[in-house]
Design a protein around this ligand. Structure first.
Ligand code: IVH
Length: 751
């Protein structure tokens, strides 16, 4: 990937790397400027991308040399058609959901547990959850300089011109912090929505399905004059980057935003605990129908901003807030057919095809039936659900829809069952490839055993691969993937990266297809090339390995930091995983035998005997396995799925082919220049008194440490509170440094 004049990245020393980064920053900035201001770009997309990848690779080797004006941070320097991209100074998060009152007390409990506080000690705000789209408004010296949509949370679209047409959004603020990002929801009132749809109909234009779609469609107009003609509104409910705090509490901050001239929601209340939250939820629910705008729940937030800061964020949601959604809507209709869909892990999922019915304003014609037990009227343990009533084709069924969640079939009316309706027989063969579909013990799902030969699994894997949290390739969504797969253009992920080579710059075949032209083909290639440089966590998630979700992938990436290190470790762990599975099977057998013979099961001995069996495990195997299982958030289920996936020769070859096309970026270590624990593996044990385990872990990770659940040779530091037991003993045995909680706080400068 280097040309003749460029030095191989592996051979650069620090000085040469610094000079090279400066050269690349210069070249790329020049190329950007030429691209934007002149009609004659100075280099091809491919050359541009190659330089960007080289820059990123050097930065990955010398993170400390990354420049303040690094080209890597200029996302969307070459915007596709439409809006320019905006990287949010602070990510725009989403919210976790609560549905039942128990979820609300569980939220309060988890907040207090994290903080180590007693019942009734944390106050919350409760306010309507507006059903619109979120917007971030950036004010500098009181002047609105930028408005951006949420996008994927990290990068949104620049809609400043459009936002300036919205009356509720002040252009200028007096007495505001020098830097203030105000966040809130753009929405359309019921009256304005009805009037807009009437106008659209009169003009023969398209009408909108609901106020939220109308608001989104109106804000995202390339011509801001169209936005001006659409009556949008804005409620402020939060903030992003700030040069100084707005207040000490959420309530105070909202009052400050109101004083600055923003519309804030009058139904916002301060509540002392879960009971008061639920009481205010009922108040808001009662007013829902007469508010004049759509809301879909109530948002609860910890009021004290210092506590919010301690609680912080999970990967995509704050720990200090939750959305309590209004209950699902239901309707009755006819079940016309049951189709079986095959997912990327081979799961056979039954889908109900329904006579279309409106459920809470949305027309529903498909709903999930979960799995074969659900259709048969029992849960995974065999206990009856719906009083044991099974579901048959032709039945009169109740459909249930909650928010954006996939509708489901909830109940069946036996009095309306057609005569001669037969119990549904769940297929034993994959409807897509004909392979056997089997249910493993303890699994509620029947799976196709066809693996890579099953076209449905392949397509679903590809769709997952290009999904938002994975490769997120602009212009390559589920629909395009299906089409390309059907045409035989892409069979596995790596084929995506060969599209340009294989089909030529003109993309003759693509060009001739409806909906595609030269320009869109070129845009697609550019978008694909942009993703050749990609963070490790996204690659892990994109592989679609069973049980490895977005959060698990991020945990693994943080732990291993680099692809080669992860692969080496997973390969090394494999013989130990096999031993683990054998040992656990032996333990099960021993338990059964002991129960039969009426004696105590010898669990520890059984396990130890298997681990000690001949031939001995290769050196490092057990350590690699324990290291993996010890990654916080990764249990044995995930570990087995992961090691097994990489051990399948066909799957592994496909992964290796893919990786050869990528420049996988190591995990960006948090800014830990002067952190004493950066890169160290820390284990907490015993009880902590000044902070909870969860908070200690989050803080340690923010300082660049790895937190592990078990002590091994790799452990650098054990923080042991009172009551520490076997872990402290093991640390002593291995000669690992052990300190108490105060020592830890002192070490991280928090004492
Ligand atoms: S607070 C970090 N408050 O709901 C938390 N969000 O499902 C930021 N929303 O993306 C969100 N009303 O677009 C918050 N009163 C409210 C809201 C609200 C509507 C939206 C927002 C967010 C989504 C999450």
């Amino acid at each position: 990937m280097t040309d003749d004049t460029e030095i191989d990245i592996e051979r650069l020393d620090e000085d040469a790397a610094r000079t090279e980064l400066a050269r690349l920053a210069d070249l790329l900035a020049g190329a950007d400027a030429a691209y934007h201001t002149e009609d004659a770009p100075v280099m091809s997309d491919a050359a541009y991308d190659r330089l960007k990848r080289r820059n990123a690779a050097i930065e990955a080797r010398f993170p400390e040399l990354k420049r303040a004006d690094s080209p890597s941070d200029r996302v969307g320097a070459r915007p596709a058609e439409g809006f320019a991209k905006v990287t949010h100074a602070q990510r725009m998060m989403s919210l976790g959901n609560a549905f039942a009152p128990e979820d609300v007390s569980a939220f309060d409990t988890s907040v207090r547990k994290y903080l180590g506080m007693g019942p009734g000690t944390v106050a919350y705000t409760a306010e309507p959850k507006i059903d619109g789209l979120s917007l971030s408004l950036r004010y500098e010296q009181g002047e609105l300089v930028q408005a951006a949509t949420r996008g994927d949370g990290a990068v949104g679209e620049n809609v400043t011109a459009n936002a300036l047409t919205i009356e509720d959004i002040p252009q200028r603020l007096t007495d505001a912090p020098d830097l203030l990002e105000v966040r809130g929801e753009v929405y359309m009132s019921h009256a304005d929505f009805a009037a807009l749809n009437a106008r659209q109909a009169a003009r023969g234009g398209k009408s909108f399905a609901n106020p939220r779609n109308a608001a989104a469609g109106s804000l995202r107009q390339l011509d801001a004059e169209i936005t001006r003609s659409r009556p949008l509104r804005f409620f402020a409910y939060g903030w992003g980057a700030l040069s100084e705090p707005l207040a000490e509490t959420q309530m105070g901050a909202i009052a400050r935003l109101k004083a600055l001239g923003f519309s804030t929601n009058d139904l916002t209340r301060l509540c002392k605990g879960p009971e008061e939250l639920l009481a205010h939820y009922r108040v808001i629910e009662e007013q829902r129908a007469t508010l004049g705008y759509d809301i879909d729940g109530v948002v609860y937030k910890v009021d004290d901003l210092a506590l919010q800061a301690r609680l912080g964020f999970r990967s995509t949601t704050p720990r200090w807030a939750i959305a309590h959604k209004f209950p699902a809507e239901t309707a009755w209709t006819r079940l016309e057919a049951i189709d079986i869909q095959v997912g990327r892990t081979g799961a056979l999922s039954p889908v109900a095809r329904l006579t279309p019915v409106t459920v809470g304003g949305v027309v529903v014609s498909n709903a999930t039936l979960h799995n074969e037990d659900y259709i048969a009227g029992r849960d995974s343990s065999g206990a009856p659900i719906r009083d044991g009533k099974d579901i048959r084709i032709g039945d009169w069924v109740q459909v249930y829809r909650a928010g954006d969640v996939i509708p489901k079939v909830a109940d069946v009316d036996l009095s309306k069952r057609p005569e001669g309706a037969e119990p549904y027989i769940f297929p034993r063969k994959c409807p897509e490839c004909g392979s056997d579909a089997i249910r493993e013990e303890g699994d509620s799902v029947r799976r196709c055993t066809g693996g890579l030969i099953c076209p449905a699994q392949a397509v679903e894997k590809l769709k997952h691969f290009v999904s938002r949290a994975a490769f997120d390739i602009e212009g390559l969504g589920a629909k395009q993937v299906e089409q390309f797969h059907a045409d035989g253009w892409i069979a596995e992920p790596v084929d995506i990266f060969a599209l340009r080579d294989r089909y030529g710059s003109g993309m003759q075949q693509l060009k001739n297809r409806e909906g595609w032209g030269e320009k869109s083909a070129q845009n697609l290639f550019a978008a694909i090339d942009e993703r050749r440089t990609i963070p490790l966590n996204r690659v892990i998630f994109a592989l679609g390995i069973r049980h490895v979700g977005e959060v698990g992938a991020a945990d693994l990436a943080r732990h291993y930091t680099r692809w080669p290190a992860m692969i080496a470790s997973l390969d090394a762990a494999r013989p130990a995983m096999e031993r683990h599975l054998k040992a656990e099977a032996a333990v099960l057998a021993e338990r059964a035998a002991a129960a039969k013979e009426g004696r105590r099961a010898r669990v520890t001995d059984t396990r130890a005997a298997i681990w000690a069996e001949d031939p001995p495990l290769p050196a490092g195997a057990r350590a690699a396995w324990e290291d993996l299982v010890g990654v916080d958030g990764i249990g044995t289920t995930v570990a087995v799925a992961l090691v097994t996936a990489f051990a399948q020769p066909a799957e592994r070859a496909s992964i290796d082919r893919l990786v050869a096309q990528l420049d996988i970026q190591p995990v960006e270590a948090p800014d830990t220049a002067d952190s004493p624990v950066a890169g160290k593996t820390v284990v907490f044990t015993g009880s902590l008194e000044k902070m909870t385990r969860a908070e200690a872990k989050a803080r340690a990770e923010a300082l660049g440490a790895k937190v592990s659940g078990s002590v091994s040779k790799k452990t650098d530091l054990l923080v042991a509170g009172p009551g520490a037991g076997s872990k402290a003993a093991k640390a002593a045995e291995l000669g690992i440094e052990t300190i108490d909680e105060d020592g830890w706080l002192e070490l991280i400068g928090a004492a």
